[in-house]
Design a protein around this ligand. Structure first.
Ligand SMILES: NC(=O)c1ccc[n+]([C@@H]2O[C@H](COP(=O)([O-])OP(=O)(O)OC[C@H]3O[C@@H](n4cnc5c(N)ncnc54)[C@H](OP(=O)(O)O)[C@@H]3O)[C@@H](O)[C@H]2O)c1
Length: 254
């Protein structure tokens, strides 16, 4: 057999996956472990984080429960993680929230919560990752935006605005973190079947769900469709890519 070369090999690399207690984050953690990485999984629910840990391949993984809404505490939390387990070669920031709400019931507290968790956490993680000793000589930060930001998503405008902020932040952060050897990119998914989507669908009629399905020529996405794109950007396959928003949307915005 000729020697095989896998540009997505992550052997010897340490990764942090947020939102790893469910959905896209869990699938990403599993994939990164299959590619050889040592993975720290994060979320708030320790039981579900334990379930994710049990799905990972290889050894050296751990769980670190944390509420990313505590923005000012994020850099210190990352510093502690690095001090205990070594610098990170990559962060897949998959934590996020979505609650469908028409603008007629907009409130300041709702706005504050969605912006804090979806956008503020990206900025706090970027601040934390660029600290000395927290990132390896070269590292990759992957954020998750949404086609809600790039195609009309009624009753979802606060979420959409937070994800538009992620796309904008990806650009600025990629330039700011370049001197630290950190690439910054985001993926822009359309509807990927997860708990987040199931909860939203509970508020919709079967006709509305069918309408959403038809918006995507390739159908609803699977969590692995998002995880594959994240892994591509985190691994050496993405070594010449920074500041990019990678659309992964089943043709939604084609
Ligand atoms: N699914 C889609 O169709 C879709 C499309 C576009 C973009 N996205 C984005 O993709 C990301 C993942 O979505 P998903 O569908 O996988 O969602 P999900 O199944 O609801 O999972 C969300 C994850 O975020 C974590 N999380 C939420 N609030 C948190 C907080 N304050 N602190 C720490 N962790 C928190 C949750 O952990 P705990 O519950 O343990 O706290 C959970 O692990 C989100 O940013 C979402 O906006 C999803």
């Amino acid at each position: 057999m000729p020697p095989t070369h896998n540009p997505m090999d992550l052997t010897g690399r340490r990764m942090l996956v947020t939102g790893a207690s469910a959905g896209i984050g869990r699938a990403t953690a599993v994939l990164l472990s299959r590619l050889g990485a040592r993975v720290t999984v994060s979320g708030r629910d320790e039981t579900r984080l334990g379930e994710t840990l049990a799905l990972l391949e290889g050894g050296g993984h751990d769980a670190a429960a944390f509420d990313l809404g505590q923005l000012d505490a994020v850099p210190g939390w990352l510093k502690d993680l690095a001090a205990r387990g070594g610098a990170f070669h990559g962060v897949a920031h998959c934590a996020g929230i979505q609650t469908l709400r028409p603008i007629r019931i907009f409130s300041a507290s709702f706005f504050e919560e969605v912006m804090r968790v979806n956008l503020g956490s990206c900025l706090a993680i970027a601040k934390g990752l660029r600290q000395k000793g927290v990132h390896a000589d070269t590292a990759s930060l992957v954020l998750i935006a949404s086609t809600a930001a790039t195609a009309a998503s009624p009753a979802n405008v606060v979420y959409a605005a937070s994800k538009g902020g992620v796309i904008a932040a990806t650009k600025g952060l990629s330039a700011e973190l370049l001197p630290d050897g950190i690439r910054v990119n985001c993926i822009v998914p359309s509807i990927v079947m997860t708990d987040l989507i199931e909860r939203g669908f509970e508020k919709l009629t079967p006709e509305q769900i069918e309408h959403l399905r038809k918006l995507q020529p390739l159908g609803f996405g699977h969590v692995d469709d998002a995880a594959n794109a994240i892994a591509y950007l985190i691994a050496d396959t993405g070594r010449w890519i920074t500041g990019t928003s990678m659309v992964v949307d089943g043709g939604r915005t084609a």
